[in-house]
Design a protein around this ligand. Structure first.
Ligand code: UDP
Ligand code: MN
Length: 254
């Protein structure tokens, strides 16, 4: 059987949230054996997300954890707590019931991927990451002030990074540019995303250096020469004409 892909998605309430989640669900629904771990940045699970997930047609788990207010500032890394909540959930599941996603009681085959809610994912990407043994990497489009960033591969190994931004990063790669096998997540129980000491753009490197080395990385997407994921960002929506007090005769979820 195919290893399960666990997609950990942090998400937060804003005018475009349901639109983003709709696009993401339309992608994930087409991926076999995908388990969506949707982690709300909130004090409580919201009704919008609960209702949405119930009708999404994607196997899922719904988690929530708020970002402490002091970390909600531009220039600080986003969604650290939510990604860690996803990792904690996985570790707890497998501690309790190792074979939970398989007919085999001790099957730990699985792949963990961090899927932000606003990116664009080709279906081929999931096919590529499914064969991750430890940690796999691939190019990401529309990121780092360039058309793409990518791992530079020689003789099947990553030797450097093609990037236009902070080339000093040990792993010059976006969150959308790597996947980690479930076994690695479970056998490195202390590997987490860090707040303290994590500079903007260093979350990926800080995390990856806890679990792997550059020369162990498995390049995917034809030796990392194909862009299968795009770091798209949604324009801030214009609500300038929104009435101060409700004017419509019905209340409607957007
Ligand atoms: N996010 C979140 N709380 C926040 C800001 C962002 O949970 O306060 C989520 C967001 O929904 C997305 C991920 O964290 O899934 C990355 O955020 P964003 O896309 O804004 O970051 P960028 O595109 O700048 O990397
Ligand atoms: Mn984004």
């Amino acid at each position: 059987v195919l290893p399960v892909i666990f997609a950990i998605t942090p998400t937060y309430s804003r005018p475009v949230q349901k639109a983003e989640l709709t696009r993401l669900a339309n992608t994930f629904r087409q991926v076999p054996r995908l388990h969506w771990i949707l982690v709300e940045d909130s004090v409580h699970p919201t009704e919008l997300v609960s209702r949405f997930l119930a009708g999404a047609g994607v196997k899922s788990s719904h988690l929530y954890v708020p970002t402490p207010r002091r970390y909600k500032r531009t220039g600080l890394p986003r969604a650290t707590e939510q990604r860690n909540a996803g990792l904690d959930w996985l570790r707890l599941q497998y501690q309790q019931r190792p074979g939970i996603h398989s007919a085999q009681p001790h099957d730990l085959s699985g792949v963990v991927f961090f899927a932000d809610d606003d990116n664009t994912y080709s279906l081929e990407l999931f096919h590529e990451m499914r064969t991750t043994q430890k940690v796999s990497v691939w190019p990401v489009g529309l990121v780092g002030g360039r058309r793409y960033e990518r791992p530079v591969v020689e003789n099947g190994k990553v030797v450097s990074w093609y990037t236009g931004w902070r080339a000093d990063r040990p792993f010059a790669i976006d969150m959308a540019g790597f996947a980690v096998s479930l076994q690695v997540i479970l056998s490195s129980p202390k590997a987490v995303f860090k707040r303290r000491g994590s500079q903007p753009g260093m979350q990926e490197s800080d995390f990856l250096k806890q679990i792997t080395k550059v020369d162990e990385l498995e390049p995917k997407a034809n030796n990392s020469t194909k862009v299968l994921v795009w770091h798209t960002r949604t324009e801030k929506v214009n609500l300038a004409n929104e009435p101060k007090h409700p004017q419509d005769t019905i209340k409607i979820e957007v």
